[in-house]
Design a protein around this ligand. Structure first.
Ligand code: CTP
Length: 208
């Protein structure tokens, strides 16, 4: 299979030196990319500014903002069988980016934000019958209903529910939710082991 994997955070600029980011390290995406490569798949990685080493893959595309990731994913997805969106994409970005460094003025400072593109939802719209999409849903413990709602709204074949503690942790506790209503609880395991299971389950999406 040709597998497109996104990983890491995005950075949304505020001014010449500041940005809005998040704590995603890219470790989950690295584990999935390793597992996919070991399983013999051709892997393209689209990466935000990750803070961990990435495995050697067929192709690597580095981006910074949600908008750049959106363009890269939409450009690459048509040439791939499977998209796994493990990136922690910003949901909002500052509406106006200041070209210079903002100076302290005293008092409060407000940054007006606008929504970013929903990359997975956009890929879901262009998805062909022979393509599959997998997403992640980082939720407060037990909120499986929100994960299922995202599966439907973004037209995914499979979504991985993770409790919020997963971000930055070595281990992953997860529930897999399929478009046909099935669920599978995966007890806590290392990200490397989780990556192997996920690549297996994602491969099985092509036999149904
Ligand atoms: N995602 C995306 N484009 C965005 C935001 C998220 O493609 N602009 C993807 C993520 O890579 C992930 C899934 O969608 O696979 C997460 O969905 P989202 O609704 O953004 O989830 P959270 O940010 O976890 O949810 P919320 O802020 O709604 O709690």
């Amino acid at each position: 299979m040709k597998v497109l994997i996104t990983a890491g955070p995005t950075r949304e600029p505020i001014d010449a030196v500041r940005y809005i980011g998040n704590r995603s390290s890219g470790r989950m995406g690295a584990a999935i990319a390793s597992a996919a490569t070991t399983a013999g798949h051709a892997v393209t990685l689209i990466l935000g500014p990750v803070s961990v080493p990435m495995p050697a893959v067929d192709r690597r595309i580095d981006v910074e903002t949600a908008s750049q990731m959106h363009l890269a994913v939409l450009g690459e997805f048509p040439a791939h069988d499977l998209l796994i969106m493990a990136a922690a994409v910003a949901d909002y970005r500052p509406k106006h980016v200041h070209a210079k460094k903002l100076a302290r003025t005293g008092g409060t400072h407000t940054i007006e934000c606008e929504p970013t593109e929903d990359i997975l939802a956009a890929a879901g719209v262009t998805k062909q019958p022979d393509q599959r999409t997998v997403g992640f849903s980082l939720e407060m413990a037990g909120n499986l209903a929100r994960a299922r709602e995202k599966l439907v709204r973004k037209r995914l074949d499979l979504i991985v529910y993770n409790p919020t503690q997963t971000m930055g942790s070595d281990d992953v506790e997860s529930v897999l939710l399929w478009a046909d209503g099935r669920t599978e609880n995966l007890a806590s395991r290392s990200k490397a082991e989780f990556g192997e299971v996920l690549v297996n389950r994602a491969s099985e999406l092509f036999s149904r």
